[in-house]
Design a protein around this ligand. Structure first.
Ligand SMILES: [Zn+2]
Length: 314
């Protein structure tokens, strides 16, 4: 298994500089980040799941964006996005999170011992609680010479506390995990109807030219990434309208989306869709157990992530 690569993808060279930091392959517990650099500040969108990967990310932020004041925007409270927040704020700065994610982000790293086996988390500490502020509605972040919008997604979508970041000059939307590309989405902590509403709302509100998804490569102008997400989420609802043979349906999903990585997530998503549309409460632990059973047991991150992050500049 090759090491995970972190690809630095410049989307806008002039200030504000806009950079996607894309991890490949899109593996379990590997997520994208990015940064937007103004004259006076830099907004970092999401950290990494481990100390080492976060330190690598910060080194690149400082190398390319300089030493300006750091604001970390946490798109949601899944560990591969926020575990490194305490690491990122060791030398100062502040963070923004959606109200629905605030408590988990302040509580610090999540290593999901029931899901993963892993030995190389490094030293991960929670952020200072006063450094993390909630964002409700739309918050304009002034980076010096340019502003970006940090926007809380209404309702529950991928999780109950999702944020997106929009940079209007380049038309770039950092979507967090509202968009996956080439990687099976993970919906057990969210709401399928709410996620569909959020995708419509994002498209109508921003009409973004470029998307930086939470997992997978950048979607460039002319992309169909929103559409592809909608097709999948609508299929989940359609498939579970009358059927609850989740294993059989998950097999159908794997055949329908054969190129997506991590197909073991389909079964958890189907269980979420069934619960959502039949007015039932999903037993999330049960859904995770079904995902792990489909994966053949707990996910071994030591073998998936490789030993050292490698970097490449596009
Ligand atoms: Zn997530």
């Amino acid at each position: 298994m090759p090491a995970v690569r972190s690809n630095i993808v410049p989307l806008r060279h002039a200030r504000p500089g806009v950079v996607a930091y894309v991890k490949s392959p899109a593996e379990w517990f590997v997520a994208n980040s990015g940064w937007i650099q103004g004259a006076e500040g830099v907004a970092l969108i999401d950290t990494c799941g481990t100390e080492q990967a976060t330190l690598e990310l910060l080194r690149d932020v400082r190398k390319y964006a300089g030493e300006q004041e750091l604001t970390v925007v946490i798109t949601h409270a899944h560990g591969e996005h926020h575990n490194g927040l305490g690491v990122a704020l060791r030398d100062g700065g502040s963070a923004l999170a959606a109200p629905g994610s605030l408590d988990q982000v302040k509580a610090g790293p999540q290593t999901y011992g029931n899901v993963f086996t892993y030995t190389r988390w490094g030293a991960l500490e929670p952020p200072a609680p006063e450094a993390v502020r909630p964002v409700t509605g739309r918050h304009e972040l002034d980076l010096g010479g340019a502003a970006v919008d940090v926007v809380a997604v209404p309702g529950t979508a991928h999780t109950a506390g999702d944020l997106v970041v929009h940079e209007p000059r380049s038309g770039t939307l950092f979507t967090g995990d509202l968009v996956y590309i080439g990687d099976t989405p993970m919906a057990v902590h969210g709401s399928i109807p709410g996620w569909l509403d959020a995708l419509h709302w994002l498209q109508d509100t921003f009409r973004p030219r470029t998307l930086v998804p939470g997992h997978g490569p950048v979607a460039t102008p002319g992309h169909t990434a929103f559409h592809a997400m909608r097709v999948y989420l609508e299929w989940l609802l359609e498939a579970t309208t009358r059927q609850s043979n989740f294993a059989k349906l998950a097999k159908q999903a794997s055949l329908r989306w054969p190129s997506w990585r991590n197909p073991e997530r389909h079964i958890g998503n189907l269980m979420r869709a069934y619960a959502d549309q039949h007015g039932r409460k999903l037993d999330v632990d049960l859904a995770i157990d079904a995902v792990l059973a489909a994966a053949g047991g707990r996910i071994d991150l030591d073998s998936l992530l490789g030993s050292e992050p490698a970097r490449r500049i596009s």
